[in-house]
Design a protein around this ligand. Structure first.
Ligand code: ADP
Ligand code: MG
Length: 477
């Protein structure tokens, strides 16, 4: 059967979809147009230079492999980029230019290191018991301590990670167990340790494996009767990183083999680093003796970063990408995307992609659109309740006190500021605003607004507080 361009690309998309998450798929693959198929050379058209570079940097291995899977080993990929023509001669039709790709090499390097782990791990079983073999560490080189932003949310985990990286196996943090919710930096930190060790000691063997992969390798070893070789292989490792150990749950035989591997390495003074999506004590379906081993070292947790840390993370990423966007937009993203770092990154990437696709500058308007697709609960109207909440959090004064009768200076000022913002940012009448503050009358609200304006002129600290609060409130618009 002759393969047509459209069916080939359709099949490729189906393969790709299995290897990337939905968000990435929609952002990076859906907009691609297949344009030509000639003698096993597939040409795809991408919307911009940035798009092309992103694909080459992040997905070149996946694309190459997919195309070879679909069209055979000799298959090759070519890009066309749509280029804007702003020559002003009336013919502003975009034209395309041809770009090279590194995916046409037989086994692309990027494939081996790609985060989606599409390539099988180098078969460990063919090299039992040989020292000094070249074991691929499976580390992602882009995860380093340098680009891991420190914050209160990760202080313990990060310092412990640095200590372990400087003296693998030589601290009491063995094993080092890093736990925390999804997207909070467990994998990043674990790889940073591995990368640091590898940079410092060339002769140390570092290996990073997900618990899923470890399980599959073990199953294969059982199938072909090479359990001893499997175990021997793992005993060669100086720094073993096992990512997401929650997947060991209820896999008794794998846990058993891992238990023995753990003991062997630990006794030999080798370093073990584990990551987990919850505290180990909450792991169900895990053997007690394994859990008790985890307690031998240090268990450190990662939390959701606070607002300032989120800003620092965004700025670091932007710097890394060589992109400049205004502080206002950074603040906006950091303020609204407060779940985890992966989402924060996702929003930033979408923003860059969108701006590249639509050839628009990244502005606040675009940022707002993107953020909306990430979270649905942004209100565009500010309520008195909301203002009270922001002010009460800012001054650490309970909302009831804002509505209450206290005459303490601090409380009175916070109350007056809330009223001032209620007048400034909502459509409510003075009377309604007064009601929100324990049934005060409209003249109290007028007085409050005047008092705030007066104090802003005379008290610098007060003015700073009001401006900061104003920024926070405006951000939710
Ligand atoms: P987890 O393994 O906990 O699910 P990851 O380590 O994969 O999370 O982190 C998700 C993304 O967020 C990665 O791209 C990572 O680089 C980034 N990230 C997480 N924490 C930080 C941090 N403190 N500084 C910089 N980037 C971070
Ligand atoms: Mg992870």
């Amino acid at each position: 059967m002759i393969k047509t361009l459209d069916t080939v690309w359709e099949n490729c998309l189906q393969i790709i979809q299995k290897h990337v998450n939905q968000q990435s798929f929609r952002t990076w693959f859906a907009p691609i147009r297949p344009v030509r198929l000639e003698h096993n050379v597939l040409t795809i058209q991408v919307p911009s230079q940035f798009f092309y570079e992103w694909l080459e940097e992040h997905y070149v291995g996946l694309l190459g492999k997919t195309i070879r899977q679909e069209l055979g080993p000799g298959a090759r990929l070519e890009y066309q980029i749509v280029v804007d023509r702003s020559s002003g001669d009336g013919d502003d039709k975009p034209y395309t230019i041809k770009m090279p790709t590194s995916s046409n090499a037989a086994v692309p390097q990027a494939m081996k290191e790609s985060a989606n782990n599409a390539a099988p791990i180098k078969n460990p079983f063919i090299i039992p018991g040989i020292k000094n073999i070249n074991i691929e560490s499976q580390l992602n080189l882009k995860y380093t301590f340098d680009n891991f932003v420190e914050g209160e949310c990760n202080q313990l985990a990060r310092s412990a990670g640095i200590a372990v990286a400087n003296r693998p196996g030589g601290t009491s943090f063995n094993p080092l167990v890093l736990y925390g919710g999804v997207g909070l930096g467990k994998t990043h930190l674990a790889h940073a340790i591995g990368n640091h060790v590898k940079d410092t000691w060339r002769d140390k063997t570092v290996l990073c494996v997900s618990s899923e992969k470890f399980t599959n390798q073990f199953i294969d070893a059982v199938k072909d009767g090479s359990i001893t070789e499997f175990m021997n292989f793992y005993r060669l490792i100086d720094v073993l990183i096992v990512d997401d150990i929650q997947f060991f749950a209820n896999k008794d035989r794998t846990q058993d083999i891992f238990f023995h591997t753990f003991n062997h390495l630990h006794q030999a003074g080798k370093q073990i680093i584990l990551t987990c999506d919850r505290p180990p004590k909450d792991l169900e379906g895990m053997e007690e003796r394994l859990l008790s081993r985890f307690k031998w070292g240090l268990t450190a947790d990662l939390h959701v970063p606070d607002y300032e840390t989120r800003i620092a993370i965004l700025e670091k990423k932007l710097y890394g990408e060589g992109i400049e966007i205004s502080r206002e937009i950074v603040d906006y993203l950091a303020y609204h995307i407060n779940t985890n770092v992966r989402e924060l990154e996702g929003a930033l990437i979408s923003l860059m992609a969108q701006s590249s696709l639509s050839r628009k500058e990244i502005d606040l308007q675009l940022a707002k659109q993107i953020v909306k697709t990430f979270i649905n609960n942004i209100s565009n109207e500010i309520s008195v309740d909301f203002i009270q909440k922001v002010v009460s959090e800012y001054f650490e004064i309970p909302i009831e006190m804002l509505k209450g009768k206290t005459r303490k200076r601090q409380v009175v000022q916070a109350r007056q500021i809330s009223m001032y913002f209620a007048k400034k940012f909502t459509e409510n009448s003075l009377k309604v605003i007064g009601k929100h503050f324990g049934g005060r009358d409209h003249s109290t609200v007028i007085h409050a607004c005047q008092a705030v304006l007066n104090l802003m002129e005379t008290d610098k600290h007060f003015q700073e507080d009001v401006l900061e609060l104003q920024k926070q409130i405006k951000m939710s618009l």
